[in-house]
Design a protein around this ligand. Structure first.
Ligand code: PGA
Length: 255
């Protein structure tokens, strides 16, 4: 079996200002100072990225991520932020296809695909979010939905880029609802995602690729979810706003 390093990410969404970054990091870094062997990614809003970048410059334990970017290289795209601009601030990860972007901002599978290609071109690791609605799950369509999202998003990626993509399985019914998937439900879907990756590439890559779970992860349920061998980490929204709670989740990844 492939040994995959766990990856825990904090998606702050549209929360916390730039002046809140320093006190947050001070507490979080203190709480996690003995933790090793896990990748931690902080994904603040654009305006907090410069401060986080400055504070984390000499700290290899926490990497920086962004919540969004444009797939255009540069030019007349008022209000947009390019991958190159993020790279310049030492951003190493970027969320792509989060359900809030898909639902509220019209991000289509085609856009998601373009963004994945752009992120890899700039050597920024994409975290590709996929997941079904409650209705799709109830109608027995969850796997079909995931397969479609994955196949469109990951088309034409080299095997190397595929292996370097992180997938976040985020059932939409679990995001911000307090209603988490059980470890068994999540594992089944993670296993299915690996099968799709195997079909797109081959077995070794499907074993190598890391798949996070996201959707109401808290310090109370993280350990149970993260001890499952198919769950390689967590993408945490609400609970990541509290540095102590996020630290607890990072600790839970240690078993
Ligand atoms: P949540 O959000 O932890 O608040 O459910 C997860 C996400 O949207 O990434």
């Amino acid at each position: 079996m492939y040994l995959r390093k766990k990856i825990i990410a904090a998606n702050w969404k549209m929360n916390l200002t730039s002046s809140e970054v320093a006190p947050y990091l001070e507490t979080f870094l203190l709480e996690t100072k003995h933790i090793e062997g896990v990748d931690v990614v902080l994904i603040p809003s654009f305006t907090s990225i410069p401060k986080a970048s400055e504070l984390l410059e000499k700290n290899p334990k926490v990497r920086l991520g962004a919540q969004n970017f444009s797939f255009h290289e540069k030019g007349a795209f008022t209000g947009e932020v390019s991958a190159g601009m993020l790279r310049d601030l030492f951003v190493r990860y970027v969320l792509v296809g989060h359900s809030e972007r898909r639902e509220l901002f019209g991000e289509t599978d085609h856009i998601v695909h373009q963004k994945l290609l752009t992120a890899h071109r700039h050597e920024i690791r994409p975290i590709l979010c996929v997941g079904e609605t409650l209705e799709e799950r109830k109608n027995g369509k969850a796997k079909q939905v995931l397969e479609h999202q994955l196949k469109v998003a990951l088309a034409d990626l080299s095997h190397e880029d595929l292996a370097d993509t992180i997938i976040a399985y985020e059932p939409i019914w679990a995001i911000g609802t307090g209603c988490t998937a059980t470890a068994a439900e999540a594992s089944e879907m993670h296993h299915f995602i690996r099968e799709v990756i195997k079909e797109l590439a081959h077995k070794e890559i499907s074993q190598k690729i890391r798949i996070q779970y996201g959707g109401s992860v808290t310090p109370a349920n993280a350990r149970e979810l993260l001890k499952s061998p198919d769950i390689d980490g967590a993408l945490v929204g609400g609970a990541s706003l509290d540095p102590r709670a996020f630290a607890e989740i990072v600790k839970a990844s240690q078993g």
